[in-house]
Design a protein around this ligand. Structure first.
Ligand code: KIV
Ligand code: ZN
Length: 513
């Protein structure tokens, strides 16, 4: 029997700390449902004290997730831990993850606390957290640059106080695999009560070593890895879930552990997170990149055709790559539509949302004869916007774009329910449309990113547009999909504006104690 490797996903917390990757509550719930379907053990749903929006999202996830443990991050102070405890309260299985920095530089310069004070605060934090749940994780922030003796001391104390998982983060991605493995080996050997807890690692990718460091820690005794879909995360990101999981699965001869992940859900999770955050996946990214299983050279193609394993160590279908599958057409009925959505794990709340999505499906099926799963995913993202969040709504758009002429756009919107019209020239049809929208909205937002992707193949494919806007320190992503890319662009722009209109500020968890 192999040991279980606990997969702790922090896409919704550390992943969301990537610049511009913020997600709405509805988007977080969709990601959490996909993580649950993938059989992730622990979902870190956010940092409850960061903002009321984060609190609400964690609570909503705690209400809807049944199979995975739902966790909130909390600094080692009573107020944060209370917020975390309240947010996860409805969960079937709940965890509080509390942390404090332990490296000399963080204790002295950031916390301005002595090592004794840090130990005392950490022990108190575990006591507060245990009032809400028996499942309490402690992280020594910047453990990768902390002194070994001090790590052993604080870990022994927090285990005595009731911590059940001890996490060793390489917060700034400074470690090397052999060195990090040695740290794990040493703490496990030297902390007298180390057998009472699960040892965990959380590695950042600043030197491109997050996965290598995590895996070497597993060989040294770690039994939980903290990771994110597509390696999303603060700065250069975290260890990528798909790479960790597939390494362990592909090399059972090396790893004495196994995960319970349903690997066929990896690619759908990757696509969902990329679509929601607007972070594209590089084509040559391991496991989930578009080229990860594409064999270009004749020699490789010939080899794979003769015997797949000549050049393939994993099967594309095992990680969820499928051919674009025709799933529905214009004659498909409401029941077929509903049951395909439920096979994809998409739940629309109430008949109204289902009817609206079905009407949009029929409209799309008129323009585009073959509807694929990817089309349904995009269509449903539009339907998860509730009317209350739709302060700005596109009613009509028309563009004139002729060779040698200046493109011109006319747009009609509702703004808070009232109809408005504007028109503008621009350097292209999208530019003209955005300018017309800005005339009405005057958001003053700065456009950080505009990107278009074809959702499926063919010239009748829907274009999926991501617009990233920033205003007053807030960064949001808007998405829109349509077979007409100017309409998709207008929808994405309005989606971003609606998010700016509704979201509130939040604090950075790693700022203070
Ligand atoms: O990188 C880090 O140290 C963290 C902790 C909060 C675990 O994200
Ligand atoms: Zn981190």
């Amino acid at each position: 029997m192999k040991d279980r490797l606990v997969i702790f996903d922090t896409t919704l917390r550390d992943g969301e700390q990537s610049p511009g990757a913020s997600m709405t509550k509805e988007e977080k719930i969709r990601v959490a449902r996909q993580l649950e379907k993938m059989r992730v053990d622990v979902i870190e749903a956010g940092f409850a004290a960061a903002s009321p929006g984060d609190f609400d999202a964690i609570r909503a996830i705690a209400e809807s997730i049944r199979e995975s443990t739902v966790c909130s991050l909390a600094r080692a102070n009573e107020k944060d831990i209370q917020r975390a405890g309240e947010a996860i309260q409805p969960a079937a299985q709940k965890r509080i993850h509390t942390f404090i920095a332990t490296s000399p530089i963080h204790m002295e310069k950031k916390l301005r606390m002595s090592p004794d004070q840090v130990v005392e605060q950490a022990v108190k934090a575990i006591g507060w957290a245990r009032q809400y749940t028996d499942d309490v994780e402690f992280s020594a922030e910047d453990a990768g640059r902390s002194e070994l003796d001090f790590l052993c001391r604080i870990f022994e104390e927090v285990i005595k106080a009731g911590a059940t998982t001890i996490n060793v983060p390489d917060t700034v991605g400074y470690n090397f695999p052999n060195q990090f493995a040695e740290t794990l080996r040493q703490v496990i050997a030297r902390v007298p009560n180390s057998d009472k807890v699960v040892w965990s690692v959380h590695c950042h990718n600043d030197l491109g070593l997050a996965v290598a460091n995590s895996l070497s820690a597993v060989l040294a005794g770690a039994r939980q890895v903290e990771c994110t879909i597509n390696g999303l995360g603060e700065r250069a990101g975290n260890a990528s879930l798909e790479e960790v999981v597939m390494a362990v699965r592909t090399r059972p001869d090396i790893f004495p552990v196994e995960t319970r992940i349903d690997t066929t859900q990896i690619v759908p999770a990757s696509k969902l997170v990329s679509q929601i955050t607007g972070y594209p996946v590089q084509p040559n990214k391991a496991i989930v990149g578009a080229n990860a299983f594409a064999h270009e050279s004749g020699i490789h193609q010939d080899g794979v055709l003769k015997h797949r394993e000549t050049y393939e160590i994993m099967r594309a279908e095992d990680v969820g790559w499928t051919q674009n599958k025709l799933v529905l057409g214009k004659h498909s009925g409401r029941n077929a539509f509903k049951s395909r959505l439920s096979e994809l794990g998409i739940v629309l709340e109430g008949d109204e949302a289902l009817n609206a999505a079905f009407a949009r499906f029929k409209e799309l099926a008129d323009k585009k004869h073959e509807i694929f799963d990817e089309d349904l995913q995009a269509l449903v993202s539009d339907e998860t916007v509730t009317p209350a969040q739709e302060h700005y709504k596109l009613i009509y758009s028309q563009v004139c774009s002729e060779t040698g002429e200046v493109p011109h756009s006319r747009v009609t919107l509702t703004v808070g329910g009232l109809e408005r019209k504007a028109e503008s020239d621009g350097s292209g049809p999208v530019d003209a449309t955005f300018k017309a929208i800005e005339q009405m909205v005057q958001s003053g937002g700065e456009l950080l990113l505009y990107s278009v992707n074809a959702i499926t193949t063919g010239t009748d494919a829907q274009g999926e547009v991501t617009v990233r806007l920033s205003k007053g320190g807030r960064v949001v992503n808007g998405q829109g999909a349509d077979t007409d890319i100017v309409v998709a662009s207008a929808k994405a722009y309005l989606n971003a504006l609606n998010k700016l209109h509704s979201c509130s500020g939040k604090v950075n968890p790693q700022g203070d104690v």
